[in-house]
Ligand binder design. Structure first.
Ligand code: FES
Length: 243
């Protein structure tokens, strides 16, 4: 679905990380973990994850990693964005029972979609815990927002904030039934091996079309096939993909 978003506000939430709040053309319920493909030039779109949805307001949080995202970060209130989406499948939160112990693990720019996911799970009566990994203290964002929803632990690779090391330094797999994760591939790869019964990984692959037509985002499956991150994912059960 194509729609025109109107920028409501923009702020820098950490070094190089921008939060953009936009108004949707139509209020809608969006499953957490889905994304929007935002136009950033005459021919280019960028897949941007959704950090929060409130009726007709949608919040994106992204890192400036190139010209496209720098262009998005320079938008001002009342500017408009040509958006395709919401796209992708999202986390299967309806399958999670309130008695299950859930941990959400995010790394860097994989953290934003977990915020809306935790909000929706908590609203359904599920008790969640979050582990958020960043490189350094100045990259950390949304710590207080997550803490307002449940127990939250921050790790930084250089030890300048929270626990020193990667997210796995704070993870006690025996304490959880369900793991929901989003972040860089090495992080997902190590989480894939953790002894937790249900593991769902949201994969951050490079994308082209965003709608299943170009094969830019394929990921291998254990049986030698492939899945498309944009249209089959971005969320997969850990055993469905080879990382
Ligand atoms: Fe084109 Fe996935 S981005 S098929």
């Amino acid at each position: 679905m194509k729609q025109l978003l109107t920028v409501v506000s923009r702020r820098t939430v950490a070094q190089g990380a921008t939060e953009l709040v936009c108004r949707l053309e139509q209020p809608q319920v969006i499953a957490p973990g889905r994304f929007m493909h935002l136009r950033v030039g005459p021919l280019l779109r960028r897949p941007i994850s959704i950090a929060r949805v409130d009726h007709d307001l949608i919040t994106f949080l992204f890192k400036e990693i190139g010209q496209g995202t720098a262009e998005l970060a320079s938008l001002r209130p009342d500017d408009t964005i040509d958006a395709l989406g919401p796209l992708g499948n999202g986390f299967p939160i309806a399958a999670i029972h309130p008695t299950q112990r859930v941990v959400l693990v995010g790394g860097g720019i994989g953290v934003p979609p977990l915020y809306e996911t935790m909000r929706q799970l908590v609203a359904r009566g599920v008790t969640c815990e979050a582990i958020l990994g960043f490189d350094t203290a100045t990259s950390v964002f949304y710590e207080a927002e997550f803490q307002a929803l449940g127990k939250t632990t921050v790790t930084t690779v250089d030890g300048t904030h929270g626990i020193a090391g990667f997210v796995t330094a704070a993870l006690h797999p025996e304490s959880y039934d369900v793991l929901l994760a989003c972040g860089p591939e090495p992080m997902l790869k190590s989480l894939q091996q953790q002894p937790i019964e249900h593991k769902y990984l949201s994969i951050e692959n490079r994308m082209g079309c965003g709608i299943g037509a170009c094969f830019a985002c394929v990921c291998q499956t254990p049986t030698g096939g492939y899945v498309k991150t944009c249209s089959d994912g971005p969320v997969f059960r850990a055993e469905e993909v080879v990382l």
